[in-house]
Ligand binder design. Sequence first.
Ligand code: HEM
Length: 363
Amino acid sequence: PIYKGSILKQPGWFVTGYKETAYILKDSSFFTRIPLPEATEKYSHLKQIQSKMMLYMNKEDHRKLRLLVNKGFTPKQIAGFRPLIEEVVDSLLDELIVKEEFDVVSEFAFPLTSLVIATILGVPEEDRDRFRAWAALLLQSIDFSRSHKTLEASDQLAEELSEYFSSLIAQKRAEPGDDLISMLIKENDCTENELISTFILLVIAGHETTVNLISNTIYTFLKHPEQWKMLNENPTLAGSAIEEVLRFESPTQLTARVAMKDTEVAGKHITCGEQLYLMLGAANRDPDVFDEPDEFLITRKKVPHLSFGLGAHFCLGSTLARLEAQIALSRFSKRVHTYNQTKTEIKWRPLTGFRALEKLRIT
Ligand code: HEM
């Protein structure tokens, strides 16, 4: 469940057991988040932005910001996005199903999630293409396998995005709308830098992981035709199917913590200051918790996966991600009875922390 190793020459403990991963995630006073080390040393824009992201904050600073942003993500507010999501999914499918073949990632999942997060934030229509391009590039800056070249590019990108959000904040101050940016400005409880970092975090989180969940769903059913048949016969299984995809092909595979005190996990001595890499994808296949963990079974009764984390940093967007994925799957299965992979090879992106398809062309 726990062993020593390193990622990009950074030593740490790899935690793969479910019980151990859950224990570390829940205990935020013993195990805390830290900003990514290289980024904090050399890259000033990334450093500035990351240091104000709630994902890298701890204790009171984290709690304050999280409570505030959470006001825009209550279940009631997210449920209010259902008609928009349904409309976008339907109009995308109208265009796609008449095509001979299409790419699920760039033509279905990405435009959907992009439009939803842009609407939540209140990004004007004319900026949406630029916004989408930034989002795609941004993910590389938070992955563990990023190179210095990508980090440099990300630093520049972070500067561009900060400038963009700064001017958008000024625009919304003058003319508030019915969106998250206007709401957070009105609350007047955040510094401008905290606001900018929060918006950038939401752009990254809101786009990429959800794109991966939707694409991984279509991919996984392609590989499990008997489960696809079962879903078609019983559409009410869409919700549990999404939970099973979250477990089986977890979009976020890895997160990290640092030990704040000497302690012990599964009989191993952890020294204060050591890094722990929490392998969410592995924990989600722990046989002590899941029967037949390597089987994809959409009828599982309970799927207590760790794909959205646990504890203080539990994913703020989980309700939104689930809603988008469920609507996407339900509508897709209603309108597409059979689909196949084209001759193009399926390619995964070379990322350490994320399970992300580069392309998934289907016919
Ligand atoms: C945090 C996964 C979608 C916003 C997290 C964490 C995970 C995660 C594992 C915790 C990281 C940690 O504790 O170290 C996912 C997955 C998603 C998804 C798998 C989609 C399938 C979203 C969406 C949004 C979002 C749609 C917002 C629009 C956030 C934020 C945090 C977070 C703001 C930080 C929370 C905090 O630090 O308190 N997410 N996420 N996520 N997620 Fe998500």
